[in-house]
Design a protein around this ligand. Structure first.
Ligand SMILES: [Zn+2]
Length: 253
C-alpha cells in the first residue's frame, strides 16, 4: 500500500508543543508517512530538525513569509540566505505575496519575494509559494525566473491554476476542498493534470471536514485526499501512488 503524504505542515508550531508524539502516532495510524515541515522562522527551522519518527520521512523548508517582511533587515536576510544553501533545507518557502493582511508594503513584499526566487533559481531548489489576494503580481514575478515549485494552499481560479502549471508549478490542495461551500477548489482539481496535483493540511490551520473547528494535523490530510478521489472518480491506491511520484519529482527526493 502506498502511503498518504502532507506536502505542507507546520508541526513545529506551538500548537503542537504539548502532544506532538501523539500527532505523529496518528499520522502512522492513518498511513501518512511523509511530510514537508514548513518554517517561517530560523528558530522553528532549527527546532524542526529534531522532529523525527522511525516510520515517517520528514523533509524541511524555510522561507521569509510575506507577512513578516517589515521585520527583516539585511543581516537577518543573509542568515536566511545562508540556510537556503544547507542540504537539510530541501525547499525555499513559504515565500510570496499577501495583500489580504498587508497592502501598505507591496513593494517591500515584492522585493523580498523576488530576491528569494533568485536565490532558489541559482541553487536549483524548489520554491513553496504563498499568494493571497495578490495572484497577478505573484504570477508576474514568478514568470521572470526559471523555478519549479508548488502553489501552496491554492485558492485562486481554475484558469490561473492552469497558467501556473504551464510555468512548471504544482498545485497543492488543502482541506478547503472538503468544505461545504467549496466550488472553485472543485473546478481547480478538474482543471489541473493529475501529475501536477499535491495535497496538504497547512496545519494547524484550514481543518478539513468533518473536523472543521478543531486544530488541524497531518493525519487529517486523508480527508482531503479521499474527497479528491471521490470527486474525480479515482482509485485511492492509484492516487496515493501519483501523489508520491509528484512529491518526489517536485522535491527531488
Ligand atoms: Zn503554511
Amino acid at each position: 500500500m502506498m502511503n498518504w503524504l502532507d506536502s505542507h505542515c507546520h508541526i513545529n508550531d506551538e500548537a503542537f508543543r504539548d502532544d506532538l508524539d501523539q500527532v505523529l502516532d496518528r499520522m502512522v495510524e492513518n498511513d501518512v508517512k511523509k511530510a514537508m515541515i514548513i518554517s517561517s522562522y530560523i528558530e522553528d527551522f532549527e527546532s524542526g530538525l529534531n522532529i523525527s519518527h522511525p516510520e515517517i520521512e520528514f523533509k524541511r523548508s524555510l522561507g521569509i513569509y510575506p507577512g513578516d517582511v517589515n521585520d527583516v533587515d539585511e543581516a537577518l536576510f543573509e542568515r536566511y540566505a545562508s540556510l537556503y544553501e544547507d542540504d537539510r533545507c530541501q525547499a525555499i518557502g513559504e515565500i510570496g505575496l499577501d495583500y489580504h493582511w498587508d497592502k501598505d508594503n507591496k513593494e517591500r513584499q515584492k522585493e523580498i519575494f523576488e530576491r528569494q526566487l533568485k536565490i532558489a533559481e541559482r541553487l536549483g531548489k524548489p520554491v513553496i509559494i504563498h499568494s493571497r489576494d495578490a495572484i497577478q503580481d505573484t504570477y508576474d514575478l514568478m514568470k521572470k525566473y526559471k523555478n519549479e515549485g508548488v502553489m501552496h494552499c491554492y485558492s485562486d481560479s481554475a484558469e490561473m491554476a492552469v497558467e501556473f502549471v504551464k510555468l512548471g508549478y504544482y498545485i497543492s490542495i488543502s482541506g478547503t476542498v472538503t468544505w461545504k461551500n467549496a466550488k472553485e477548489p472543485l473546478r481547480v482539481i478538474r482543471s489541473v493534470p493529475l501529475e501536477r496535483l499535491l495535497i496538504e493540511t497547512d496545519c494547524p490551520y484550514l481543518t478539513p471536514s468533518p473536523n472543521r473547528g478543531k486544530r488541524n494535523e497531518p493525519s487529517y490530510v486523508v480527508y482531503t485526499g479521499r474527497k479528491i478521489c471521490e470527486e474525480l472518480g479515482l482509485n485511492e491506491e492509484d492516487f496515493r501512488k501519483q501523489l508520491n511520484e509528484n512529491y518526489h519529482r517536485l522535491f527531488r527526493l
